[in-house]
Design a protein around this ligand. Structure first.
Ligand code: BG6
Length: 509
């Protein structure tokens, strides 16, 4: 097992230090849609290392120039698609393209790693890069272990105090607790914990990082952020996309594994964590893990709902049922929607339910966290019962309309005392210029400078799997009915029942 070796981190905002990056899965969709545009954005903002080399590895045979052409097309399409007002910065694009070389490789062959080692040595001469290397595994999860074993056997992940070797693994990290533990043990054969950067791209989103800022850089929220003032919390990650072309992956994954132990639990942890002692990677990750460790064991029979979208309607179109999507097995019971009720057993949150939901093919793409406050203790207004007063809510809007909203009651003008609900609404776009971003820029840059704060540590990954484990087992036992919801709706009625019993309701999407 490799030992942790400390490397002085580069301060945030400074150009990343000289290094190479190796992408396994260089021809894949993730590389094309997210990694390359993110690297271009880093070049554009001056954060990409001055001495930088990128090695793309994949199975198909092509020349360096053919691969560069492919990358260039992807970046131009991305800029035209997502940031049409932003003209391509040609010098930055050319600088990135000039750093790229391509290697055809069979990931299971030791010879490929030998050749990779030789190529990395050559790049020191041709590109002036040092010995530090980031290996990015943009490949199917089944390759994470074998590739890392090969990197270890070829001596490519051995560090010294003068240079680092880091491995970024995409999600999913395992498909349940035992497989995540086994994968972790396999990675740890060749790598120390500090060399493993477990990706959860939600943590790269500005609005997700802002949850911590909002809570800990302001004086007004934190005194209210507890069981004395909060009635319950809702976390929603709703998507309009269906399974698209990913049935092969999704059929064996489902909404729970795809979204909950990772993205949704990261939102839960950021919302519920205690203030860290500092914004140091381990201080933040200790607090997040503590929250997940405090989650009360879920009773799957009463506190979980799984759903699958049926045919429906959205925006004048008629989206298909999941069962009729290409590549979906007939009679598939894969869930495309999950709702859970959780409790966090600590002094801050005892008795406060956390309701979580995520689903595909819903009415709207909307991710948000709702902090629902308690009602006032009594009503001073004649004819208005306390329980008729709408409770205050703080809605942290993560995407697509990024911002925050506070709702409260105000007097409706006129001779009668009547209360209307009003909103204080903050939109990011009104205050800050949105830099073109895929969300991966921060994470790639943080890995280059050695800041692991926004990456998942193994204990938090395991804590996530531990929470969902009983639900996965219960569902696998065939005891939980699969609720159907119309594509283009807010989700199945059964999910409403999770809250209805206690007189609560989901915020409408
Ligand atoms: C991915 C999931 O991790 O996150 C996808 O595999 C999901 O199924 C996606 O659509 C959502 O991310 P974003 O950034 O589009 O909200």
């Amino acid at each position: 097992m490799a030992q942790d070796i400390e490397h002085a981190p580069t301060p945030h905002g400074e150009q990343a230090p000289s290094s190479s990056m190796v992408i396994f899965g260089a021809g894949g969709d993730l590389t094309k849609r997210l990694l390359m545009p993110a690297l271009y954005n880093l070049a554009r903002t001056g954060l990409l290392p001055a001495q930088f080399a990128l090695v793309g590895l994949d199975r198909i045979e092509q020349t360096d120039q053919q691969y560069r052409d492919h990358v260039e097309a992807a970046i131009r399409a991305f800029a035209a698609d997502k940031h049409y007002s932003q003209a391509i910065d040609e010098p930055s694009l050319q600088r990135l393209l000039g750093s790229i070389v391509y290697m055809q490789a069979d990931f299971s062959s030791p010879a490929a790693y030998q050749a990779l080692g030789e190529r990395l040595t050559q790049l020191k001469g041709s590109h002036g890069v040092g010995d530090s290397v980031m290996f990015y595994l943009a490949v199917g999860a089944r390759f994470f272990g074998p590739i890392t074993d090969q990197l270890g056997a070829a001596g490519l992940v051995t560090e010294t105090p003068d240079y680092w070797r880091r491995v970024v693994v995409e999600k999913p990290f395992g498909h349940d607790l035992p497989s995540a533990q086994a994968l972790n043990a396999q990675l740890r054969n060749s790598l120390s914990e500090s060399q493993i950067y477990r990706m959860d791209h939600f943590l790269g989103k500005e609005t997700v990082q802002n949850i911590m800022l909002m809570r800990f850089a302001n004086g007004i929220f934190e005194p209210l952020w507890n069981r004395d003032h909060i009635d319950h919390v809702q976390i929603t990650v709703a998507e309009t996309v269906g399974v698209e072309a990913r049935a092969a992956f999704y059929e064996t994954t489902g909404a729970m594994r795809d979204m909950v132990p990772n993205h949704v639990f990261q939102l839960l942890a950021l919302t519920a964590m205690e203030s860290p002692a500092s914004f140091d990677a381990d201080a933040v990750r200790n607090e997040k893990t503590k929250v997940l460790d405090s989650v009360h064991a879920v009773d799957p029979a009463t506190d979980s709902v799984r759903g699958q979208y049926a045919a429906g309607a959205r925006d004048g179109k008629a989206p298909k049922a999941y069962a009729n999507e290409d590549g979906v097995a007939s009679g598939s019971s894969t869930e495309t929607y999950v709702a859970l009720k959780l409790g966090v057993d600590n002094w801050r949150w005892a008795g406060v339910p956390f309701y979580l939901r995520t689903g595909k093919s819903m009415t709207k793409r909307q991710s948000e966290i709702v902090i629902q406050f308690k009602r006032p203790p009594l009503s001073l207004f004649r004819n208005t019962a306390t329980d008729a007063l709408t409770p205050n809510a703080l809605v942290i809007k993560l995407q697509p309309d990024e911002g925050a909203m506070l709702s409260f009651g105000a007097k409706i003008p006129g001779p009668k005392i009547a209360i209307g609900q009003v909103h204080m609404d903050f939109h990011y776009k009104d205050y800050f210029q949105n830099a073109p971003s895929t969300g991966y820029e921060t994470l790639i840059y943080d890995c280059m400078i050695g800041d692991a704060t926004l990456f998942q540590r193994s204990d938090s990954v395991m804590a996530g799997w531990r929470i969902v484990q009983p639900v996965q087992q219960y569902w696998a036992g065939g005891k939980a009915p699969l609720a159907h919801y119309a594509a283009g709706s807010d989700g199945p009625a059964e999910a409403d029942d999770l809250l209805k019993a206690s007189g609560r309701a989901w915020r409408e999407l």
